[in-house]
Design a protein around this ligand. Sequence first.
Ligand SMILES: [Zn+2]
Length: 286
Amino acid sequence: MSPESLAFAPKAFCPPSSRPPVCVRWLGTAGFEITHGPYTLLIDPYVTRAPLSVCVTGPLKSDDNAVRVFAPQADAIVVGHCHFDHALDVPAIARATGALVFGSRSTARLCHAFGIPSKLVSNVEDQPSEHDVGPFRLRFFRSRHSKLLFGRAVLADGDLGETIPQNALAYRSGTVLAVEIEVAGLTLFHLGSAEIDDASIPSRAVDLLLFCAEGWTLGDRVPERVLHRLSPKAILLSHWDNFFTPFDRGPKPLPGLALARLVERFTRLRRDLLLGTLPFFGDVRL
Ligand SMILES: [Zn+2]
């Protein structure tokens, strides 16, 4: 089963005509742009897509041109964790747009190291943590990262230091956060890694779950635990693309996704579940 074969139909969702739609656009990896009216929220935007060799050897730097083209506008940026494929571009986007940044203590350190004014950056590690930005109500929860190191440990675990990281592994995860976004009467939920903290995320109904597919097989009954907590009407799969390749080559699936099994596990539990993918910069409107 290919990710493309799961693409949402153009009118998979039916936004009411009585209000502007909530537009959810995929930016590759776990990155999303959510817009409602004139307001833009970015989650884990990673548009540099540096080649593997640069990630390993460094220096790993945000691509200013990619930021200008692919993330031109933001009122707020949410950072689920600080691995480079979630956080590398955040300081550059914040600087270019003046957006507020919400994330862990490590996210705040990263922004500080790049000279982003501290009044724009909120450490939302301590719960409960709720923030309003335009029409978006953001609610943060502690979450977990999948154990990408052979199912035994989290790669690049721990907090970021005070200095600018120079290569991919120096971008340590920091505290991992999940975020709920309420907007226009809808509830969206973002899991940027294929794990969930059952204890810290209360059961809730969700209209659209943005779910990271990478590494879902490495945890214990991840689809079942996610559905038990979040009860989504629809799931948009993300982070299934090889993020060492540039956008212009189109999304190439990561190895070992076991997508057919993932879909089967989700839909066996919830037969009416709407589940799909998007192409780069494709969107759904709710
Ligand atoms: Zn990660």
